[in-house]
Design a protein around this ligand. Structure first.
Ligand code: GCW
Length: 686
């Protein structure tokens, strides 16, 4: 049955008010009273009632019933939504149902009677926040949880207000967990002083259903516990962790568990003691088990060996399948290398059949223009989630291999590396908020489309508070045609554009230095290990370009289930988007388009640049529909993005041209920069 809540917005006209973006997608204000009936009382239900009051856009005086009832079709914190109200098994389910109802009203969508269950049990934000308040790969100011200096651990009212706003934003999109500190973890986090603060944060997050997790350093027992070793099989070490876990639960009874980066990029781990990842993860899992806690153990491991970096996680983890406790979840980045603009999915998805595996996405745009470029990441995550692994035949997508539908698991989870900081608008770029939003929505429902998510986000973020003089009517045909559709189109194309001007056709890791912002295909100082430099990945020489990962190359293709392995291996069937990821090809290789590879590379870079120019035009045209503050901020960021796209195109084409010795096709714009200028300038910046 479909019931339409006629929204007041449909008939109201608007007046543009300057906005700083702090309210995110939660800007709607109710103008009409309603009558809510709910027999249960709890802090979470209290929030649900407040939200209804604050955001209600339905009929004046409507009656809404919130019911807690055991319904077998509803799982975990899912809910059933219907015209007269919401039914759930838990208080949190009620709150999620309320947010869904309000979202429908505020986006002008009909409320359909349906049951909504979450795709993953744990939907977690990972904060790479350090105890001194800095954020690894953070581009939106300093940490909201930690700060430097005297009294840095004292909790202020401002802290609490911000944490509450943070919790509310997360709950509104279904996120139910937060790892409060960097995976490159300081052992300090487990000290008494820090734990006191963690306890307060957990208390603020709790009513919103957000569980608190911590990243832990594997060598904590020796670093802060005074033990001689951190060997996971040592009785003292086992006891130390057990005691520590007990202490944590005495302070935070619903503590979620640990996130661990071990034996990776210089972090200590079980291998330092001749033990395996399973030994390390299981030891922590055993300590957490009595309290219902989990271990999210990262598979992001690689070392400077001769083995292709893209193969290392699989090589190390596959032999351990079946050895992990059921409360260990292996956290796997979407691709086999490292959050590049485009990678094929990690072959570990679906392959570890006896182990819980969770996807890790990066919301913060480390490799995608940081808080400067407009890049909507839902399309990247959708591409990964919908990738066929073929592990159990057709339909065994990454989504279904991880959400418990193909391999039933006690715990399922998904994580996103957060992009928020103290910036007034949380994310630096107004459109980066869409990535936070998209992560939550996909974690809740991994079959949502990017288009639907973009649609919702635009309506929630750029609809204006009705008041004053009429400028235009929200959700009218005019608003839809002149604002919603072009902006949505821009968002949906934005990641492709970034791939085109940065790393088309399977190129990856062409960044200069460790900053991961600008181009540096030439960047390879002798002091830096080869697998941290672009030439390791592009392998350009006069014969050609690309990383040979075929059967006769590094053989990474064999890590994919058939028919995928041979599809990637064969030039005929390897998709263009992964071509140079899997193949080293001559510059005059004939592409499916009929062009030679070199020309195709040039056209791709050119296309990317032109796409950003189009984004500028699109945005300029919507000025009448956006408040000045957000309009000008986005406009100026697009300008920088456009200049950067030019730099990317010129740097890559001029550099690769030294090997191809071919002209940039004459019908496209010739580079405007000089390669030496770009190299020198780039060097000067660091
Ligand atoms: O993407 C890389 C980053 C590191 C990060 C690491 C990881 C937290 O460059 O800054 O460290 O991955 O995911 O562990």
């Amino acid at each position: 049955m479909k019931v339409l809540f006629i929204t007041f917005m449909l008939i109201q006209s608007v007046f543009l008010q300057a906005e700083d973006g702090h309210d995110l997608w939660l800007r709607a204000k109710s103008t009409s009273p309603l009558n809510v009936i709910c027999l249960k009382k709890s802090p979470t239900i209290g929030i649900a009632l407040q939200e209804l009051e604050k955001g209600w856009q339905g009929k004046d005086g409507a009656k809404i019933v919130l019911v807690l009832k055991n319904n077998k079709e509803i799982r975990n914190d899912g809910f059933k939504i219907s015209p007269d109200g919401i039914q759930a098994n838990t208080d949190l389910g009620i709150l999620y149902g309320v947010y869904e109802l309000l979202r429908c009203q505020q986006t002008g969508e009909p409320v359909e009677e349906m049951i909504c269950n979450p795709s993953y049990g744990a939907r977690v934000l990972d904060h790479w926040d350090n105890p001194d308040g800095s954020i690894e790969r953070g581009y939106a100011g300093r940490s909201i949880f930690w700060r430097q200096g005297e009294n840095s651990l004292a909790v202020t009212q401002n802290d609490k207000t911000l944490w509450k706003e943070y919790a509310r934003a997360n709950a509104s999109i279904g996120i139910n967990g937060a790892v409060l500190n960097n995976v490159n973890a300081s052992p300090l986090i487990l000290s008494k002083e820090y734990m006191e603060r963690v306890k307060v944060i957990a208390e603020v997050l709790r009513p919103y259903g957000i569980k608190t997790y911590l990243s832990v350093k594997f060598s904590s027992p020796s670093l802060i516990g005074g033990l001689k070793t951190s060997d996971p099989l040592s009785a003292d070490v086992i006891k130390w962790w057990k005691d520590k876990v007990q202490e944590i639960y005495s302070m935070i009874p619903d503590f979620g568990g640990f996130l661990v980066k071990a034996s990776s990029e210089g972090q200590p781990g079980p291998q330092d003691y001749g033990r395996t990842h399973a030994d390390g993860a299981n030891m922590l899992a055993d300590a957490l088990k009595p309290f219902g806690g989990i271990v999210m153990w990262r598979a992001f491991v690689y070392s400077p060996t001769d083995l292709d970096r893209a193969k290392q996680a699989y090589t190390e983890f596959m032999p351990l399948d079946g050895q992990f406790r059921d409360n260990v979840i292996i956290q796997v980045k979407n691709g086999p290398v490292d959050f590049q603009p485009r990678e094929p999915f990690s072959p570990l998805f679906g392959a570890m059949k006896k182990t819980s595996v969770m996807p890790e996405f990066q919301i913060t745009q480390e490799y995608l223009g940081q808080a400067i470029h407009l890049v909507f990441l839902a399309t990247m995550w959708e591409e990964c989630l919908k990738s066929e692994t073929y592990q159990e035949g057709e339909g065994s997508t990454v989504a279904h291999c991880t959400d418990g539908s193909i391999y039933p698991r006690k715990y399922t989870a998904i994580a996103g590396v957060s992009n928020i900081g103290l910036d007034i608008n949380w994310c630096g770029h107004p459109f980066a908020q869409a990535n936070w939003y998209a992560f939550g929505r996909l974690a809740w429902n991994n079959s949502l489309t990017s288009e639907k998510i973009a649609d919702e986000w635009i309506k929630l973020t750029f609809s204006q508070v009705p008041s004053g003089q009429a400028l235009f009517t929200l959700f009218s045909t005019e608003w839809t045609e002149h604002f919603l559709l072009p902006v949505r189109q821009m968002m949906l194309q934005s990641r492709d554009a970034a791939i085109n001007y940065m790393m088309p056709l399977g190129f990856h890791h062409l960044f200069s230095a460790n900053e991961h912002y600008g181009p540096g295909p030439w960047w390879a100082p002798a002091r830096v290990r080869p697998d941290w430099t672009p030439p390791y990945y592009h392998k350009a020489d006069t014969n050609g370009v690309g990383f040979d990962r075929t059967y006769s190359g590094s053989d990474a293709v064999s890590q994919y289930h058939e028919p995928l392995g041979s599809q990637f291996n064969e030039l005929k069937t390897c998709p263009d988007r992964y071509l140079l990821w899997f193949h080293h090809l001559p510059w005059d290789y004939k592409m499916k388009s009929g062009r030679i590879l070199w020309d195709e590379i040039c056209y791709n870079y050119e296309t990317g640049l032109q796409q950003v120019r189009e984004f500028q035009k699109t945005w300029d045209k919507v000025e009448a529909y956006v408040d000045t503050a957000r309009f000008t901020l986005v406009q100026s960021k697009l300008r920088t993005q456009c200049r950067d796209a030019q730099v990317w195109k010129d740097a890559c084409l001029l550099y690769f041209q030294k090997f191809s010795h071919m002209p940039v096709p004459y019908d496209i714009e010739q580079p405007v920069y000089d390669l030496n200028y770009l190299i020198e300038n780039d060097m000067k910046r660091r």
